[in-house]
Design a protein around this ligand. Sequence first.
Ligand SMILES: C[S@@+](CC[C@H](N)C(=O)[O-])C[C@H]1O[C@@H](n2cnc3c(N)ncnc32)[C@H](O)[C@@H]1O
Length: 411
Amino acid sequence: MGGQPVASAPPVSEITPEPLPAAVREAKDDVLSPLVRRSSRMPIDHAVAMFQHQAEACAELGSPLSAALLRRAAEDLAAGGPCAAAIAGHEDAPGPSAVALRLLGAVHALVISGRAPALAAHYPSAGGAFDPADPDAPWPAFRATVAEQLPWIREWLTRPPQTNEVGRANLLLTGLTWAQQQLAAEAGDGPQPPVRLFELGSSAGLNLLAEQFRCVSSGFAYGPADSPVVLADAWRGEPPAWLRGAPLQRVVERGGCDPAPIDPRSADGALALRAYLWADQLPRVERLNGALALAARLPAPVEPVGAADFLRGVRVADGALTVVWHSIMRQYVPAEEWRSAEAELDRLAAESGPSAPFVHLALEPRRVGARHRFLLTARLGSGPTAVLAEAMPHGLPAWTLGQGDPALAAF
Ligand SMILES: C[S@@+](CC[C@H](N)C(=O)[O-])C[C@H]1O[C@@H](n2cnc3c(N)ncnc32)[C@H](O)[C@@H]1O
């Protein structure tokens, strides 16, 4: 699922802080072995392979700390250690269940809520330090935390991971400014219309606040200068021409949908969002913290419904640009529901016109040749779908496509 696999999930809402644990200590395997013995060999082999696979993915995606921990956790699973006890019952869960990420998230939640101080010393997200040249340094404290907090971790593991990647707003803003430029080209000079922003698969709804974020890269900046969310390294190379000097957007209505919304204003919701970031990726941590601060003062309601039901309630409006946007959610929507969603998008396009414009923006993985690429597409009204840019899975950096790129012909 592009970068860090995530799945649709109920909000992690039952997490309650517990007293600080006693000093973290090495686990006693004899306490854990009855649970582990109940597992047959084959599911554990599967789990070991899943953890190893996830470790390699973390390494590729720039989280050496997560990679190191998961490599050691895979060994611990094979040896019947505390990690095996933690995931008992989930050994044969399929890859998309992301059990390895659930375990990483559970332990990260303990770290950032102050309940694993020895491990926190190794977690940059908690002010600690990790040296990739000494990748095994955090492992003893990680293993001890798992052993110490087994019941809590097992409870956390029952709920799938869910993230909300603020960096993807970089593409939303790119598509939005493109649509405004197209409208200005059609209508001539004049103030650009205000925006009604609707999002499918919003998770916590943080990207519904996109116009409040600032995108920055070499020689380029777009967005309010005092924003608490700075999307650094927004562009590799030159940003698209229409972004330079584009006016700021005025959003007059915003709302999203998600079958499992997370409340970013609740302590539990914020903890869940923070826990599923990788602890050594500080820019993501900072972006999330900034967006949570914004969310505290600017509501962005997310309805607990699926994409098709939500779209049935959306209409275009005179004098405003109606935007439907989504990122990395398409693969979670059942095929039949997505067909209904597309029919609603077609309806909105048909109902739109010069006085009530509509644009559909998407950042989704698309197969181009043998590869999946994360492409920003835009369809203004009933016009053709345009491929505007490509990005890394978390939205940063993005880049424009060269003429003749096969992705341009993929729609
Ligand atoms: C990978 S997350 C992406 C969240 C957010 N769009 C982002 O880019 O950070 C996918 C989201 O899709 C949501 N989802 C799953 N099924 C859905 C459906 N039928 N309609 C709308 N959203 C759905 C999930 O709950 C989850 O929050």
